[in-house]
Design a protein around this ligand. Structure first.
Ligand SMILES: [Zn+2]
Length: 660
């Protein structure tokens, strides 16, 4: 889904319009639903009623529930024979649900169905079944009692006003239920981990077209109406099942990948041709970069919302996107990328929402970089970084794995999620990343995946553990704030740029490779060091005197940095490392890096048995050790350790025979 994130990217002049469109996307901003009877006490532990939370009630959860490893039932197929009112948000008909019995201990089949009353329930042979409906769902008493492994079928007659998830607007009527409002328009097990196939027989006035998932088997006239018989044989999550109804103009587009059809308002056909002109190339790109497009068709349906919604094979797109040309082409790419990330491989629970939104946001940028040039990828990632920093610096930070319930669609999930993937690709290498992503998609095709599944696929190709990477970027909030200072140092082997770098954020200390462009009197050179602790000292040999350093010049890490300007004159620079030369030594030993930021310090010399043999004081610059102990006697040849207490640094030296 793509809606709130638009706000970070649009011109200010368009804001008011976008906000108005956005109001329709999440359900909450649509004409307020009548409050449901308060039945908090009867909320089932599993059937959490998210829709009610969206309508202003307090949600009992702070985080999203994990997938159920042994669900009560496993739905295989939904057959929905429904009449859609296009004047009022009313649906009537019969839902036939086929499921395999699982861990349910009683003879009660519980389905989510909220706000719309069921009137009769029958079994697979047409015999009536007793049922009870309360705000936690529909409870159907099965006779005889099924046992684990039995396939059961129930037909539910129901109808009435849909209080969330089916929206009727002047130009269009449509379902939009992400994350958990499918239960408002049909009885279901409304969990992303329970994917099932779908047949939708949708009856609408004959001047309307109804678009749904999968293939259109037939259109049948019934009186003044038309019944559209759609069928999706590839399992899909309930939040991806849809109906979009309007007096659409139908625009096919040629493609070698899959049939492409755009359904737009008749007065938007010219604009749609312009906005969608490269979708054939877009789908060919994803088809070859990821795994082949997995479904029977791809459609986009114009609708009355701010962004888009990636219904399986039948994306919704707001009019503002359809008519914007290139400006919002990235939304088109985003929703198309969801066909792989979200639809083919669906999050196992809403805890893993970044697997949907981070991937779709990353691959919209990947497409732009591949099609328009690498600078477009960089621009989108820079834009994403700006959005993340704006939110995080404003105190709106969230962790992107297992976010709080009301932050499910935080822009952080989208844009930081994309950044995590970008940094992961840089870390493991593009070919490794691409191969791992293909494995991940193939391994979980038409099913579900968790973040652990992604990590496992990536580690299998990378050959090294990546838990540290996933933990720091997904489970912690925020990003590294760096304070750095470059010190030019001339040693016996030539010039060095020594970079003192500190992580100043509170909480998580990050580990990442960081590039620097060092400008020297002989030109620029780019080097990489690892930032691993709260305070690192990085040493880069360079060919000439270093003048300045640019941190992360290509913007590859989600970090912010500031030069440390609080440390004064060069002679009082902080120590960057402890150095001794020549080493081994016979006569005097030169030592640098003893002093701290205050410009003074001690050097202590220990022998191999841990006895301190010499203590020297340094003020400001380097010092010389003449190889004598505190009593003025030459120390014997052998190994010694030099230690600078001010910095905690130590270095091993060898004194040769023949010294003074
Ligand atoms: Zn999305």
């Amino acid at each position: 889904m793509q809606h709130r994130s638009l706000l970070g990217l649009i011109p200010v002049a368009a804001l008011s319009a976008l906000c108005a469109w956005s109001a329709g996307t999440a359900g909450a901003g649509v004409a307020p639903a009548a409050p449901l009877p308060d039945a908090r006490g009867s909320l089932s532990p599993r059937g959490v009623d998210i829709g009610r939370w969206e309508h202003g009630e307090v949600n009992p959860l702070s985080n999203w529930p994990p997938p159920d490893p042994d669900p009560p039932v496993d739905v295989l197929h939904y057959d929905l024979a429904l009449t859609f009112d296009v004047v009022n948000p009313v649906v009537n008909g019969t839902a036939t649900v086929t499921a395999v019995w699982g861990s349910e201990p009683d003879n009660v089949l519980r389905l989510d169905l909220v706000g719309i009353p069921a009137t009769a329930v029958r079994d697979g042979q047409g015999n009536p079944l007793a049922f009870l409906q309360d705000p936690s769902g529909l409870h159907i008493t099965m006779v005889p009692a099924p046992v684990r492994g039995d396939t059961v079928t129930v037909a539910v007659d129901y109808g009435g006003t849909v209080t969330s998830g089916y929206y009727v607007k002047p130009e269009v009527a449509y379902t939009f239920v992400e994350p958990q409002d499918a239960r408002y328009w049909f009885p279901c097990q409304d969990e992303p981990w329970d994917k099932a196939t779908l047949a939708l027989h949708g009856r609408v006035p004959s001047d309307k077209i109804l678009v749904s998932n999968g293939v259109l088997d037939s259109t049948v006239a019934v009186g003044n109406d038309l019944v559209y018989n759609w069928r999706e044989d590839h399992p899909l999550a309930t939040y991806l099942m849809c109906a979009s109804i309007s007096n659409y103009a139908v625009l096919p587009q040629a493609s070698d990948v899959t049939p492409l059809t755009w359904y737009v308002y008749p007065n938007h056909t010219t604009a749609a041709h312009n906005t969608f002109k490269y979708v054939d190339e877009m789908i060919a790109f994803y088809d070859s970069t990821l795994v082949p497009y997995p479904f029977d068709k791809y459609s986009m349906c114009e609708s009355d919302l701010g962004g888009g919604m990636e219904h399986q094979t039948a994306t919704l797109l707001g009019s503002g996107i359809v008519t914007a040309g290139y400006t919002y082409e990235w939304v088109v790419a985003h929703e198309l990328a969801h066909q792989w990330f979200g639809d083919l491989v669906t999050l196992a629970s809403w805890q893993d929402v970044w697997l949907n939104e981070g991937f779709a946001t990353f691959y919209e940028a990947v497409w732009q970089g591949a099609f328009y040039g690498p600078g477009y990828f960089d621009d989108r990632m820079q834009n994403a970084e700006d959005i993340v920093f704006n939110i995080e610096d404003g105190g709106g930070d969230v962790r992107i794995l297992d976010p709080p319930v009301d932050e499910l669609f935080s822009s952080i999930v989208y844009y930081k999620g994309a950044w995590v993937l970008r940094m992961l690709r840089d870390l493991v290498g593009k070919s490794t990343f691409d191969a791992a992503i293909r494995d991940y998609l193939n391994a979980h095709a038409f099913g579900n995946a968790t973040t652990a599944d992604l990590q496992a696929a990536m580690e299998a190709h990378y050959g090294q553990p990546l838990g540290w990477f996933f933990d720091q970027w997904l489970r912690a909030k925020g990003h590294p704030h760096l304070s750095y200072l470059m010190v030019p140092v001339q040693l016996a082997d030539g010039w060095h740029a020594e970079v003192d770098i500190r992580q100043t954020q509170s909480g998580q200390i990050y580990r990442f490779p960081l590039e620097f462009t060092v400008t020297t009197t002989a030109g620029d050179t780019t080097v990489t060091g690892w930032v691993e602790t709260a305070h690192d000292l990085l040493d880069f040999p360079v060919s000439a005197r270093p003048l300045t350093v640019a941190v992360d010049p290509a913007g590859k890490i989600l970090e912010s940095h500031m030069e440390n300007t609080t440390t004064a004159a060069p002679e009082r620079l902080p120590v960057v490392s402890l150095r001794a030369w020549p080493n081994p030594f016979a006569g005097a030993l030169h030592v640098s890096g003893v002093v701290d930021g205050a410009g003074s310090g001690r050097l202590e010399v220990y022998d191999v048995r841990g006895r301190r043999v010499r203590s020297l004081r340094a003020d400001g610059g380097d010092l010389l050790w003449n190889g004598e102990d505190d009593r003025g006697r030459p120390v014997p040849p052998g190994v010694y350790f030099l230690r600078a207490p001010a910095t905690g640094k130590a270095v091993r030296v060898v004194r040769l025979a023949g010294g003074s």
